[in-house]
Structures are given as C-alpha cells and as structure tokens.
Design a protein around this ligand. Sequence first.
Ligand code: AMP
Ligand code: MG
Length: 421
Amino acid sequence: MSSLAQIVSCLDDYDPDALPVETARAAIRAMIAPIAVNERVAVRAALGRVLGEDVVSPVDVPAHDNSAMDGWAVRGDDLAPAGATRLREIGTSYAGRAFAGTVGAGECVRVMTGAVMPAGTDTVVIQETVQVEGDAIVVPPGQVRGQHMRLAGEDLARGKPALRAGQPVRAAELGLLASLGMAEVVVRRRPRVAFFSTGDELASVGRPLAEGQVYDSNRYTIFGMLKRLGCDVIDLGVVRDDRASLARALADASAAADVVVTSGGVSVGEADFTREVLASLGEVLFWKIAMRPGRPMAVGRLGGALFFGLPGNPVAVMVTFYQFVRDALLALAGRADAFELPTLRVPCETALRKKPGRTEFQRGVLARNAAGEWTVRVTGGQGSGVLRSMSEANCFIVLEHARGGVQPGDLVSVQVMDGLA
Ligand code: AMP
Ligand code: MG
C-alpha cells in the first residue's frame, strides 16, 4: 500500500495549507479500496444496500408475448392493406387466463392488457378503433403488424445481467428483483463507522449544563448522516482533551471499524498532542482546506481504518462530512454509480459576499418564487456554529473557488440535500 504522503504528492495543486476542495476530494478517493465482503439477504432487507454481484436474470421478462392494450389479437396476414377487414371473434384471452386454441385465417380473439397473445396472432388492434357487429369486428385500414404487443424477454432477457454489482438498491431495484422471482440477493457488507466527539467543554444530553459547557450535538448529526448513508455505527461517546483518553479511544475505534470519524481538536494551535497521538497510531495528514466553513481537517489511516478528524463547529462538521466523508463512505460501500451530488444552476435572490480563492457552502432554501420559478436564498445566520442554518436549509449554495460575490439574480450552483431515494 502506498503511503498517503506519496498519494497526495502526485496531485496537482497539493498544498496542505490551502487545499482546494476538488483536490482534497481526489486525494480521499485515491485512498479508498471498496469493501469486498458480501452477504446474502432477503430482497426487502436489501433496500439501501449495494449489490455485491451482477444479478443474472433467470427468466424472460415478460415471460410471454402479451398484449399492451385492451383490444383484439389478430393475424397480420389477414389485414387488408387498403380497406377494412372483417374478422370473427372466437374467444377471449385475459391477463392470467390465456386463450387455449389457435387462431385461423379470418378469426380474432378479444384480449385484455397483459393477456398472453393467442397462438397464430401477431398484432393487437385497440378497441377504440374497432366496430363491433355481433360476433364479428370490422378493423379499419392502417394497422401495422406487431403493434401494441410486448415481446417475451423485451424488458429483461434470460441469462443476461439485469443489474450490475455496485448498483444501489432503491425501490425500483426491489421491484425489479421481485419481477425476476428472486427472494434473496447478494449485497456488500455495510461500512462500519466508529465516531466520537472531543472536548472538555462537552456535556451529554439529558443533564443540566455546568458553567462553560455546551451540549454535544455533533455526535447526533454524525449519527444521523451515517445512518442515512446506510452505515453500521459505533458511538464511542465524548473523549476528553487529554493524551491518554484520546489514544485509547482512537485505538478502540480503529480496531472496531472501517472508518473512524471524530469532531473537534484539529484546528491550528490546538493541543499538539492530537497530532502526536494520531502520528503514533498511523499516518495522518493535517489539511487546511480552502473552504468555508470547515477549514481544518485531518485525514489518514489508523491501523486498517480510514480516519476523518472533522472540525468542531457544528455546521463545519456537516459540511465537511457531506463534501468528503460521504464520498468516501459511498466508494467504500462499493457503489459503482456516479454518486456525486447533482448540482443545479438557479438564480439567487440575495446578494452574497465572497472572496475568490476558497469554496463556500452557504446554507440555502430552494423554493418557487411568485412567478413559479425555482430560485434560492440564503437562510438567516450563516455562522459555522449556527446549526439552525442547516435545519432551515434544503440545499447548499456552492460558491466555487474562483468566483467572487453574487448579485441578486445571478446564477449560482446548488446541491439539493434531499432526493427521492
Ligand atoms: P474545536 O475544533 O475543538 O476547537 O471546536 C470548535 C468549536 O466547536 C468550539 O466552540 C466547540 O465548543 C464546538 N464544538 C466542538 N465539538 C462540539 C460538539 N461535539 N458539539 C457541539 N459543539 C462542539
Ligand atoms: Mg475542542
């Protein structure tokens, strides 16, 4: 395994004192080897998981040629090219109850949507276009052989991969697996993530605050973000700002998990023992990222685990998690799709101050304006400790590295926080 220092020194723009967001992301990607352990689970339990191997279709879907519409199944050969065609109805084919006989010249069969095409027929004439006369129908000209039917194997062919390893399982994949008749599926093991907060000032919820204390909120946001990404979590509580406690917690965490996430204690000038303890347990790089919020961050390996030392400020924790840790966890989970957060360009209603030379992630509200168009505005207080700004927001307004301030009406990039899945 190459050392982190070797990996990152190959990147353009590598400067640990002013690292562009994109370079940090690339460096993190380069560190990740996806988890290769699979397990077999019941189909519904696979929701939110990642497929561990290709799913080869054991059947044709649909299994038979069938009608796509309500109407009559006819023989293409019978249809007069120019004039009307009169055909005798000899039976009905329902979805789930096929017509047993064979259709001969001059004959047709009533079919419902999803019904198996009767032997001898190859075309469906929809009921709206047909004139019924007793047990006969009159079909107008202009029909096309093969119309309004679905062919066996048209959706998925037997023996062909229906889904690929690395595909996240959403509602559509559950349905697709069920359509193949599969009761179980092979998925990757979930990433295991141990996390703790650092700080002498931190108090646990449910107790009164002593002078100078703050409640430990980071462990709750980190828990929520990890769970939403489908991780197994190990909560190691609050660790005091002393060498022995930190060393013990880091050793426990890295022995138990694939990834260790901490918050606090990584800013410049902060107790030097953090750096010393991390260095004694593994290889850790301290980065000052050219971004706001979330400038200081530590990234590295502790034993076999990846390590992310996030800043302490509650908003900075969430921003750095979504911009860097999320990426790493999805790659580790084996996701083969492009899971970069999609970015929209929308007009910004508010003026925003911004200096070139760093990426800013302002908390925004994406909504329709009076004219029904999507626009974005910032939430109120944008301080990196104001967690309310995250709670009010439904998106990040991403102000790119090189860009300056924003005037009302200027287009800005927006990352939406919630999606369908
Ligand atoms: P630090 O990076 O440790 O200097 O922390 C920066 C700021 O974030 C300080 O105001 C801390 O009190 C605050 N902070 C650190 N950890 C937490 C936490 N777990 N929950 C809430 N606030 C925190
Ligand atoms: Mg601290």
